[in-house]
Design a protein. Structure first.
Length: 270
């Protein structure tokens, strides 16, 4: 990303954390730190194109986790021997969902925290966990409200468009670099082409994720350019894949394919 965007975003992150800290400390709320934790977790990807979606996933995951926790506590509150077994299951669940969609990870984390809290009080105060549910929900949703308000209404839509344009520019530069490597492909040794194919796939996936999260907030020109770049990446990926499969015909025409793909990419600059 351009240095100017990085500097702007750094200042915005500092402002977000400062306001979240005020919301967590000024009311003297016992669980106010969850507001700061929520905002800090949301801004982890740094790019507003990714963090806005992450805030929505955190809200969904927290809601689902609290509902699941309530059902588990109601079912297992009189079966304390089941807590260690459930703890092992949740440990594996955290490890698994850490590699999955963020909402599922937050759901399992919320269940784990809630059951740990409930286990400390059951059977002495069986209704105490409900105060945890309300505190957890308030902390997470206030943090999300603070983030969304500043991100959308203070920093504004133009900030998303700037990052979307920068994402398109970065992706275009990566494609240009990868296209130059096509001439060095060896159809007789497909294994040497795998790193290039992986690089194309990773770049395409990263660009698609960053832009598609805010399609409704981008202007049409930026979105159309992103779709054209994705189509060019698909053609590049298919060309490399055919060489990877050992197609002699694709190997003979790979230089021509590279020139055609480069011509399509050059149209993005005109």
């Amino acid at each position: 990303m351009p240095a100017c965007l990085m500097h702007r975003r750094t200042l915005q992150v500092c402002l977000l954390l400062t306001i979240a800290l005020l919301f967590s400390r000024v009311p003297q709320w016992e669980h106010g730190s969850w507001i700061l934790i929520s905002v800090g977790a949301i801004i982890g990807p740094f790019s507003p194109l990714l963090t806005f979606r992450k805030s929505m996933l955190r809200a969904l995951g927290t809601t689902a986790g609290l509902l699941l926790s309530a059902m588990l506590i109601a079912t297992l509150s009189h079966l304390p021997w089941s807590i260690p077994i459930l703890g092992v299951i949740l440990a594996y669940g955290i490890a698994f969902t850490a590699q999955q969609d963020y909402r599922y990870f937050i759901m399992v984390i919320t269940v784990t925290i809630a059951l740990n809290f409930a286990d400390m009080y059951v059977p002495f105060t069986p209704f105490e966990p409900w105060s945890f549910f309300s505190s957890r929900a308030m902390g997470v949703f206030i943090g999300i409200a603070v983030y969304v308000t500043l991100e959308w209404f203070v920093f504004g839509k133009r900030e998303f468009i700037r990052w979307a344009k920068a994402s398109n520019n970065d992706f275009e530069a990566k494609l240009a670099t990868l296209i130059k490597q096509i001439d060095h492909l060896d159809a007789s040794n497909p294994s040497l082409n795998q790193p290039l194919l992986a690089a194309v796939s990773q770049a395409q996936a990263a660009h698609a994720e960053s832009v598609s999260n805010m399609t409704s907030g981008l202007d049409q020109a930026v979105f159309d350019r992103a779709k054209r770049l994705q189509r060019i990446a698909q053609r590049l990926q298919m060309s490399v894949y055919r060489v990877l499969c050992g197609s002699t015909r694709s190997g003979l025409n790979i230089t021509i394919r590279a020139r055609r793909i480069q011509a399509l990419l050059n149209q993005q600059c005109t």
